[in-house]
Design a protein around this ligand. Sequence first.
Ligand SMILES: Nc1ncnc2c1ncn2[C@@H]1O[C@H](COP(=O)(O)OP(=O)(O)OP(=O)(O)O)[C@@H](O)[C@H]1O
Length: 443
Amino acid sequence: MTRLQSSFTPDASKDGGTLLSVRDVAKHYPIRSGALQRVVGQVRAVDGVSFDIRRGETLGLVGESGCGKTTLGRLVSGLIAPTSGQTYYDLDSSSLAALDAAQTLPEAERHAALAAINAAHGIETMPIEAKNRFRRNCQMVFQDSFSSLNPRHLVIDLVGRPLRVHKEASGSDLTERVVELLEQVGLGRQHLYRYPHQFSGGQRQRISIARALALDPELIILDEPTSALDVSVQAQILNLLNDLQAERNLAYLFVTHDLSVVEHMADRIVTMYLGKVVEAGPTRSIFDASAHPYTRALMAAKLDLGPAGAASENKAVLDGAVPDPARPPRGCRFHTRCPVATAQCGWEIDDIVRILERHEALCDTLTDVTRESDFAGTLVFEDADAAQKMAAVLASEAVPQPFRDALELAETTGTKLRVRFRQAEDIKLTRRGPDHLAACVLG
Ligand SMILES: Nc1ncnc2c1ncn2[C@@H]1O[C@H](COP(=O)(O)OP(=O)(O)OP(=O)(O)O)[C@@H](O)[C@H]1O
């Protein structure tokens, strides 16, 4: 893979250097079944994601629920370990160049080339002292302040804990440090000896932010920090985050499903769909010239709060549920819902299975599916009539035109229906403008 395809490395105005480099990171969760809890599949929550975060910038990570944003946030923070790939902390420019050059090498050579960089900068492989430094410098704020703040702890304990654990302060010094932190987030000394339930949602989120600031981090991962709040409180928290960033040169990874929030907050945006990055670029470039239909659909969906006409039109854009991440669609994973899909987007046998799920009567008569590959196979029905009917459905307007264009063969013999689609590879990210990448077959 070339660097262009594997990573998203900005040269934005915030040129404080790269803080974190996420490289080809994947997280697959095993699906277990039966009395013996055998592994029968994998949920591909994050599936080969690369991007950089620069010092002092806000990177917005957007996508619908279930696309893998939270998992990615936890991977980046080191809270969970990746299945493959790695996140690198504090690379100098020559290590960063070496890291990207190594991505183009064959697997075996890549390991050798990366050994020194992994040992010094990989958050899974660095020495314990370096990992502790990373942990101090990378903090998280979660959406649900109720569950992230222990209800039995006083504010002084909640905010002071990182200082105590890292032996930064104790006694009256600790109290004064906590007061300082509370004042920075708009609270004060009078709040020290109260419990989380005595605060409003917005105030609790301020306490979470104060706790995240305690060790003076370089990066805060904000996972839907304002989604549970009223709009007016949301604005106050976003303003607070902006002020803190300006004062402390903080970098934020801002995880949200809400593009209107990142439009105001983010310097750059990464759009994720079903575990993959589908588009990444400077915020203005994404909003003015989005190159992926999924990003455009998310942008349209944000107008749902607007005029009724826009709402109904936009609901159609993001119709249907996100497919099962254990069986992500081939080619472009968005092709099953894409309003501008083409025959090149990766239509496959599973798309027939998805169509069958909408035709209950036919689905009941299906007895077997044998696959030669993801793109070719045979469906066996109870009787020849059902096989003919299915062939007729596949040739009709009940299925999208690009699906029909991609279907090279649909041949019935008795109870069997043999099908073959045109082959497709995964769609790679390609350059669409300065620092702007998108993974779509359309130019
Ligand atoms: N511990 C886990 N075990 C198994 N599957 C998981 C686990 N955590 C997440 N998943 C699955 O991984 C996929 C991605 O989940 P994730 O929470 O990262 O998405 P998300 O975009 O953050 O969604 P949301 O906004 O709803 O949190 C989902 O299908 C989810 O069910």
